[in-house]
Design a protein around this ligand. Structure first.
Ligand code: MSP
Length: 505
């Protein structure tokens, strides 16, 4: 089995904000999970550099476009590692491998007769990097960016999207899970059923971009260049290797609804025209809204994810992103929720549980995990549920549902300590076997929780296993009751998520 997941390639007209971190974190959770299942996984992210807005920012800073993107791309390249996201490749659309591939890709569409020349006269929103029709505007402004689009009139090359309407509708009918969640798929279907307009795939008035192979005087329209990254990366990510055959049939694109039409309509049509198969699945998650406003630079409520990481750590940010809003839905979150989850859930539910368990094993059993598995317990049932159903949840991109399920196990362990009161059992020699069982179950429950949470908490999970004297391995088959390795080295573990004072300011 193979799994290929992508994030959008982000525009580099500014620094990353929390909304970008959100998609990258979600993609990493999925990629790590599939790696745990022993699948060969490829995780792609990167940056979209040939946008008009990028070019304009460079100009406003008195820099050449290439010079500007070379500088700012470093800030973007360092984002995934700061988020503990383990990507397989970071693509830049100014990479030579990408540029050459785009030219070849567009030439195929051209040779196929799907490109014609016409005059484009209409409106362009630089924020969206998209041509707009009057009926998409509200009071003459782009509703997403609250700006008036610009009038453009130039000779362009057009892609015959209209010729693909029936093929797209057939594809949607044949592949009921092509776009997820279903309410988003319905949006796509009704849009396509309403008729498709051809779109311009070139820009004549802009010097920044990839020159068209058949007319070097024009550059590829940024979307006709950017979408192709998902395929081009596979041809040059590993020098000397072509990963297309292995990974292209397995690709899943992840993004928010702002760019759904490009991915669910333009992109499959372009692929069909160029002779490639369409993506396996496209998952549209919601916007992370802070106080009901979409996080974005233009609205002035962008939150710097690096600042949150400096305060709470990447794992806490990842955990909050997965839990704050049900993945796939729009949802309002407050950044103060991170502090709350850090303290209540990560600090108390998980961190304290580990500290207490290890301290008791050290104190009552000299650091040796006693006892062995006892069949038929509630714990065994909960672990079996995690083993089977987290897979099902994550196959359906339900990142929030899967972590809820794992947290049910963590909460159960907390209740179990309180109910069993091992500190009382320890006072009564005749209860030694019971105490052994409680300590074994707590340690095993924590071991399983750590493995299941690794995709969400990649920095914390190994610490839990180490504290329990367990091998640091995350294969999904280890999510099973009764697989604790014998050890005699358990010592009271320091807090996983130390408390700190959050200033009121
Ligand atoms: N460059 C294009 C994508 C080209 S892909 C071939 C682009 N870039 S972007 O920088 O604007 O990124 C948009 C994406 O960032 C969204 O689709 C989503 O993945 C992520 N998000 C940006 N703000 C977000 C939120 N407030 N909430 C959730 N995701 C957010 O569009």
């Amino acid at each position: 089995m193979r799994f290929y997941v992508t994030t959008p390639i982000y525009y580099v007209n500014d620094k990353p904000h929390l909304g970008h971190a959100y998609t990258t974190i979600a993609a990493d959770i999925l990629a790590r999970h599939h790696r745990q299942r022993g699948e060969e996984t490829f995780f792609l992210t990167g940056v979209d550099e040939h946008a008009t807005k990028v070019w304009r920012v460079a100009e406003s800073q008195g820099l050449g476009a290439q010079e500007y993107v070379d500088q700012i791309s470093d800030a973007w390249r360092s984002l995934p590692p700061r988020l503990n996201a383990e990507t397989d490749f970071f693509i830049r659309t100014s990479d030579e491998g990408h540029k050459a591939f785009v030219r070849e890709f567009l030439q195929r569409i051209y040779d196929n007769g799907d490109v014609y020349e016409d005059v484009y006269a209409g409106l362009y929103c630089v924020g969206c990097e998209a041509f707009k029709t009057e009926d998409e505007l509200v009071d003459g402004k782009c509703p997403l960016h609250s700006t008036e689009p610009e009038w453009i009139e130039e000779k362009n090359y057009f892609f015959r999207l209209s010729a693909y309407q029936d093929k797209l509708l057939e594809l949607y009918a044949e592949r009921p899970d092509f776009v997820q969640p279903p309410f988003r798929f319905n949006e796509v279907k009704s849009f396509v059923s309403g008729g498709l307009r051809d779109f311009s795939i070139s820009r004549a008035g802009q010097p920044w971009g990839i020159p068209l192979p058949w007319d070097e005087g024009q550059v590829a329209y940024v979307w006709a260049d950017a979408l192709v990254n998902y395929l081009s990366a596979l041809t040059f990510a590993r020098p000397g290797e072509d990963l297309r055959e292995a990974f292209w049939p397995e690709v899943r694109h992840l993004m928010a609804q702002d760019i759904l039409r490009f991915h669910c309509i333009y992109w499959p049509a372009m692929l069909l025209s160029a002779g490639y198969s369409v993506p396996k699945q496209i998952f549209i998650h919601g916007y992370l809204l802070l106080d009901d406003l979409k996080i974005s630079k233009s609205l002035g409520n962008a939150v710097d994810p690096l600042e949150l990481i400096d305060t709470y750590g990447a794992d806490a940010l990842r955990f909050w992103c997965a839990r704050a809003v049900s993945f796939g839905q729009d949802g309002s979150a407050s950044v103060s929720g991170i502090a709350d989850r850090y303290e209540r859930e990560l600090g108390n539910d998980l961190g304290n549980l580990l500290s207490r368990t290890t301290a008791m094993i050290a104190r009552y059993r000299d650091g040796a995990i006693p006892g062995g598995p006892a069949a038929g317990s509630e714990l065994e049932g909960l672990i079996a549920d995690v083993h089977t159903n987290v897979l099902r949840d994550l196959d359906g991109f339900d990142i929030t549902g899967a972590v809820d399920r794992i947290w049910t196990l963590v909460r159960h362990l907390n209740r179990y300590v309180t109910e069993q009161a091992p500190w009382t059992l320890a006072k009564d020699e005749s209860k030694a076997a019971e105490l052994d069982q409680v300590l074994y179950d707590l340690a095993d429950g924590l071991r399983v929780s750590a493995i299941a949470l690794w995709a969400y908490l990649p920095e914390t999970a190994p610490k839990i296993l180490e504290a329990l004297g367990q091998p640091v391995a995350f294969d999904w088959e280890l999510v099973e009751y009764g697989r604790l390795e014998p050890t005699t080295s358990v010592a009271a573990a320091p807090p996983l998520f130390p408390r700190f004072e959050v200033s009121a300011a």
